[in-house]
Design a protein around this ligand. Structure first.
Ligand code: FE2
Ligand code: FE2
Length: 201
């Protein structure tokens, strides 16, 4: 069963982030690298679970390849990988979910699925609405892989937990993600919100 995100990003978000494509690409590159290193870290926590190891190793490899694609495009345009900044979106998701957490692995997998789902939503918007054809192609080319990651993390949740436990926590954290996103300020970043963006319009 797939589940829709509870906050739908309006296409106007693209009009704003596309003003500073190099900042967006740098942030995006960092996200890809973080996704790769996170998948590797989780894999090392459960070395005995061979099916999990194989699937997470594949995610890590794909995210590393995405990083390579994004960072080459960034450098090709004369941009630079900016210093790693805090990530208000991921930080808020982790902090707010921790308040009601019953199982760390369950929450890790659901939050990972949410981050992938939100990335897919943003990539689809960028692929549809960016004025820049090269960037439209980049994002169109990444959607399918991120959809696969979203599905994989939800599969892992459903394989490891009782259906009632899994579905209740998935629903709870999808709701929470919608609240987090609706309250996030705008920034030239992949997972930014729109709060305060009126000033830029
Ligand atoms: Fe990725
Ligand atoms: Fe991903």
């Amino acid at each position: 069963m797939s589940r829709a995100l509870e906050y739908a990003t309006p296409p106007e978000w693209v009009r704003l982030v596309e003003r500073r494509p190099l900042e967006l690409l740098s942030d995006h590159a960092h996200n890809e690298l973080k996704a790769a290193s996170t998948a590797q870290a989780w894999l090392l926590k459960r070395p005995e679970a061979s099916a999990l190891v194989v699937r997470l190793a594949r995610v890590a490899a794909e995210e590393t390849e995405h990083f390579d694609r994004v960072v080459r495009l960034l450098y090709g345009r004369g941009g630079a990988l900016l210093p790693l900044d805090t990530n208000p979106y991921a930080d808020a998701l982790l902090a707010r979910s921790a308040a009601t957490r019953k199982d760390r692995f369950l929450d890790r997998m659901v939050v990972a699925a949410l981050i992938e789902a939100r990335s897919c939503e943003r990539f689809e918007l960028l692929a549809a609405h960016l004025a820049d054809a090269e960037l439209r192609a980049l994002y169109a080319g990444l959607v399918e892989s991120e959809q696969g990651h979203r599905a994989l993390f939800l599969d892992l949740v459903r394989e490891h937990f009782e259906p009632a436990v899994a579905e209740a926590r998935i629903a709870e954290l999808f709701r929470l993600e919608g609240e987090v996103m609706a309250a996030l300020p705008f920034a030239y970043r992949m997972h930014s919100g729109l709060v305060g963006a009126e000033a830029l319009a």
